[in-house]
Each structure stands twice: as C-alpha cells, then as structure tokens.
Write a new protein. Structure first.
Length: 196
C-alpha cells in the first residue's frame, strides 16, 4: 500500500491530493482527472523481426512490473501501463520463435499468443519510452520517437540477436534481458536524487 501526495503551491492556497494504491489507484482526497491517477508508462520494446528478443523482453517487463505493483498482468492497464513490442523489419502475424517460447516457459512466461508486428503499425501511437535491443533499432525510429528512446539494457549494452542460434544462445539473451528488467525496475522505483 502506498500513498501519492501532490503538494499545493508554496502559498498553501491549494490542498494536497492523496492517492492510495492497493494496488490499483484510489483517490482519497483532492481532485485529479482519472488519467492522472494512473502512474504507469506506455513502453514499446523494439527488435528486428519481433519474434525473438522483443516479445520475450516485453513479457518479462510486464511480468516484473505487475509483480512490483502486486497485481496481475491483466490489471496493468488500470495502472496506466501499456507494454508492447514490434520489429523494425517484422512481418506481421508471425509467432514468437520456438526457442524464445521455450526459454520464456522456463521462467513461467507464455509467448504462445504473441503475433509479430511491424514498427509502422505502432509508431503512430503515443509512447512514453521506446526500448531498442540495438542502436540500429533506435536509429530506425521516426524523429518524434527518438527523443524518448534508449537501449533496453540500461548498462548501455546491445542485446545480441539469437535468431537461428542454439537454445543456449537464447538462454543467454533471456538472462541479459532479465538483468536489464531488474535494473529498470530498481531505477523506476527509486526516489530521484535531490539537486544541490
């Protein structure tokens, strides 16, 4: 259970707004539009074909964000979270690769319903953050999205493409994606550093 507080102006003329998350948001005091009660981000995860890395990365991100909020993946949208994936050269409608499905299943993720999408299908939507597996993926973004884009791995490492590789190669990619998701969640849940 957490509380969000929005302070009034420095004159004290307006009251604070208090929101309780248990885990979904509930306004306790003040006035806010429903859209502002939803703290989540709209995140697009990007790779080349949208069949190996990005479906697994998006599923990992959804699973870990839901766990952090103490809710199910299906309830994330009620918190304002939208996590999707696409490929810069993806052919629409393809399933996730066999090895991505297998390595996801090993950690409890089901990628069987995934169908690939091309970046063009989703680039017109509003995204708060676009996470690419490589710098080439970020370079392929339309100019209006490039300012909101960064590598998926916060350590500034590219995630190698395991396409056509062994199950061990896919496991290595999955492990890198898991580490990256853990780092992102720690950063998203930390208070910002106070400026001196």
């Amino acid at each position: 259970i957490g509380c969000g507080v929005r302070a009034g102006d420095s004159t004290g003329a307006s009251a604070s707004t208090v929101v309780r998350f248990d885990p979904l948001p509930r306004l306790l005091r003040g006035h806010l539009p429903a859209s502002e009660l939803r703290p989540g981000l709209r995140v697009l995860v990007l790779c080349t074909g949208n069949i190996c890395r990005s479906p697994l990365a998006a599923a990992l991100l959804e699973s870990e964000v839901a766990a952090a909020w103490g809710t199910g993946v299906r309830e994330l949208q009620e918190l304002g979270w939208t996590i999707a994936s696409a490929g810069t050269f993806g052919l629409p409608g393809g399933p996730a690769s066999e090895h991505s499905c297998a390595t996801g299943a090993e950690i409890g993720l089901d990628l069987s319903r995934h169908r690939s999408r091309n970046l063009e299908q989703l680039s017109h939507l509003r995204w708060d953050l676009v996470l690419g597996m490589s710098r080439a993926h970020l370079a392929a973004l339309p100019p209006d999205l490039q300012s909101r884009a960064e590598l998926f791995d916060p350590s500034d490492a590219e995630v190698p493409d395991p396409y056509g590789g062994s199950l061990a190669a896919y496991r290595s990619v999955r492990d890198q994606l898991q580490r990256a998701v853990g780092e992102r969640l720690r950063a998203w849940s930390a208070w910002p550093e106070a400026e001196a």
